[in-house]
Design a protein around this ligand. Structure first.
Ligand code: CU
Length: 158
């Protein structure tokens, strides 16, 4: 490779780098990074301090698929992600939050599960949890504690 080719190559590379940098520094440029939003988050009033479930819809408006990888809360040291198979629930390491799609955590399906509660919340209380993702920044979500029979009104997709 001669000196001239090297110079052109170097110029091309730095131009590409500059484009890549400006491409993700603008406020609009973050569309590729997921920034999920949560709606309808609730916890049915727990029966006792052994366990509780949390349900919500996690929306991903970006073009990048993400995964829910963990949940934390001051109410419990052990929050798990569960899915339901053949009417039995099992712990899974993560759940997909599809690009331009949503992850539904609902009764009879995938959900967040508190194993062991430090106190037993009552209807009307709020419980704060933090959702962790593979790509998106963690987000804090407030769960409304609802009657045990409550189901989200916004899921009409069945
Ligand atoms: Cu469960």
């Amino acid at each position: 490779m001669n000196a001239r080719t090297t110079r052109i190559l170097a110029a091309t590379l730095s131009l590409t780098a500059a484009l890549a940098i400006s491409g993700c520094s603008g406020s609009e440029g973050d569309a590729a990074k997921p920034a999920p939003t949560v709606s309808g988050a609730f916890m049915p009033e727990p029966v006792n301090d052994k366990m509780a479930g949390a349900f919500m819809v996690i929306k991903n408006g970006s073009k990048t698929a993400d995964k829910l990888t963990g949940v934390t809360s001051t109410l419990s040291d052990d929050l798990q992600i569960h899915e339901t198979k053949d009417q039995k629930m099992q712990q899974v390491p993560s759940l997909d939050v599809p690009a331009n799609g949503e992850l539904k955590l609902e009764r009879g399906g995938s959900h967040v599960m508190f194993m062991g509660l430090k106190s037993t919340p009552k209807v009307g209380d709020k419980v704060t949890i933090e959702l962790r993702f593979e790509k998106a920044d963690p987000i804090k979500v407030e769960l409304d504690v609802k009657e045990r029979t409550y189901t989200a009104q916004n899921s009409n997709a069945h």
